[in-house]
Design a binder for this molecule. Sequence first.
Ligand SMILES: C[S@@+](CC[C@H](N)C(=O)[O-])C[C@H]1O[C@@H](n2cnc3c(N)ncnc32)[C@H](O)[C@@H]1O
Length: 268
Amino acid sequence: MVASLWKCVFSKDDSEWLADVVRSIPLTLDYWLYQKHLYPTDLRQSALKCLYLNRTSFSGILHESAGPIGGKAQKNWAVGCRFNREKLSSRILELSRLSDRVISVSEHSWVEVCNEWSNKGKGVFFYLDPPFYHKAERLYRFVFNDDDHSKLRNHLAVLERPWILSYDNASEIRDLYGSYGLNARIIDNTYSAHPLGGNSFIGRELIYSNLPVLPPPARKKAKHVGLSVRKLEKGNPILENLIRIRIHHPQIPFQPDYERRAAIGKNG
Ligand SMILES: C[S@@+](CC[C@H](N)C(=O)[O-])C[C@H]1O[C@@H](n2cnc3c(N)ncnc32)[C@H](O)[C@@H]1O
């Protein structure tokens, strides 16, 4: 469903159709139930189902178990309260106009996609956002088991292309990647689709990368895209800081920040 949405958005005719439909689609519990149980038979239907359920289900979750915003009672929230027709419609068209920048949308497994693109010469950059380690089965239809998480780690360990990886803040993932000496950072994750509104705080995520230096945190006023990288507040507990700092890169002499601070403390 997710791939269908992006295929639809980046095709001129299909995006115009989708932008049109969202302007008048019913925002009712009955229609939510219809979409929830619909078996899409073509790309457009599948794209619409993805977008509709993402905007009208609790926390934007597409998984079978996710209910409608406002629940069956529709007491405090209406199912359509996050479905801004005009905004969605104009965003679809806006994105569609950028379609010449999108080379392809595919729904293949990460192994195939990574292998295909690793061989395409320079200029390839990988951003990987695998299923969370915890609670994944409540969020996605396809999840990773421990073996899958390890396979991805092993793949990245030898990948000779720049990459960034994001994960939930799980100790199992820290253990898996901790010994690799990669750059790492914790980011605060604010999820814009949360039914409680724009910047509701959800949790923390881990970012790992083989880049020598990670991109700086987004500026406060940067346009919100669902994930905010925030600067660490001064004076936060040291333990949280450890994973945010640049840890090690083969080409860069390594001295963990906490050791450096301890040394500064001792010497002065
Ligand atoms: C953390 S979510 C990614 C969310 C996405 N970056 C976004 O912003 O909407 C992880 C996704 O990986 C998908 N997934 C599961 N197994 C996969 C596999 N073998 N290859 C590629 N994707 C997979 C899941 O279905 C889920 O949609």
